[in-house]
Every structure is written in C-alpha cells, then in structure tokens.
Design a protein around this ligand. Structure first.
Ligand SMILES: [Zn+2]
Length: 170
C-alpha cells in the first residue's frame, strides 16, 4: 500500500469531473487500498480519487470512532438515487482544504447506488454523518467542493487564503 500526496486547493484538478470506472480490476482495487491508507494517515473520514490526482469515480469512507475497529467502505461509480426532503447541518472539513471548517446543510438521508471492490452492485441507505460524508465525497467526483455550499464571501476568503499560501511555497 502506498500513501499518496493529496491535491490541495486551489489545484484546478479539484474542479475536474471524474470519469466512470468501466471495469473493477486489480488496478482499481490497488487504488482503493492506497486511498484508504492515505485517508487513515491524514487522518480523515472520507477521500475521493481526484484528491490523490486520479479523475475516476471512486471514494473511500470510514466513519468508525477513533479507537474502534476500522470500517473501510469503498464506493465505485456512486450515484444518489434518493434524497430526503429533510435537511441536516454538519460542520464539514476537507483533506484538500486543510484546517478549514464550515457548517453545510444537506439532505439528512440518501440512498446511494454503487459498486464494491468486487464489482457487485449495492444500495446504501445512509443518514447522519454517513449521509453527509457520502454527499461531500460524491460532490468531489463532480468537481464540487464543500465551500461551494457556503456563502460567496466566505468561499472567496478561503480560496484567497489558499491561493496565497500555494504561491508562497513556490
Ligand atoms: Zn473533501
């Protein structure tokens, strides 16, 4: 397993739309392992392939509590097939926007259709943190970031800050 470097705001890759995975093969399973390892190392609770520079529709999630046994979840070609009318608010963060957190409102429960690492189809009923995390990560596959769900003023401030930081590193 390999820990991969994370793509950080304002890298334009984060705005790219990821492509569907046509065949779940050994390369895809290896990428899933690497993504899980990278997420655990960060540490984070979710990671989309584009965050390690791969524009394919795959994400990994583990929302188990610290100290509990790991519960790695892999979603390939995830698609939201149902969203509740009810909304909930969570404070979100993102491994590609380090140390920035903001409250985001999203549908409280969703159903997601996806493939697992064996290429089998699954329907996942999610609510609470898992629903939020899935929506956040699926957004990444469409080039959308959680800061797109906050006010324009706040978003512009964050982008400005990260753009400045990336330039000072050159
Ligand atoms: Zn994120």
């Amino acid at each position: 397993m390999t820990i991969k470097p994370l793509i950080i705001l304002p890298d334009p890759l984060l705005r790219q739309v990821s492509q569907p995975i046509e065949r779940v093969d050994a390369d895809i399973r290896k990428l899933a392992e690497d993504m899980l390892e990278t997420m655990y190392e960060a540490p984070g609770i979710g990671l989309a392939a584009i965050q390690v520079g791969v524009a394919r529709r795959m994400l990994v999630i583990d929302i188990s509590k610290e100290g509990d046994e790991r519960e790695p979840l892999v979603f390939i070609n995830p698609e939201i097939v149902r969203s509740s009318d009810e909304y909930s608010v969570y404070e979100e963060g993102c491994l590609s926007i380090p140390d920035y957190y903001a409250e985001v409102e999203r549908p409280a429960s969703i159903t997601v259709k996806s493939l697992d690492r064996e290429g089998r189809e699954h329907l996942t009923e999610a609510d609470g943190l898992l629903a939020t995390c899935l929506q956040h990560e699926i957004d990444h596959l469409n080039g959308v970031l959680f800061i797109d769900h906050i006010s324009r003023l706040k978003r512009e401030m964050v982008i400005k800050k990260f753009t400045k930081a990336s330039k000072s590193k050159l």
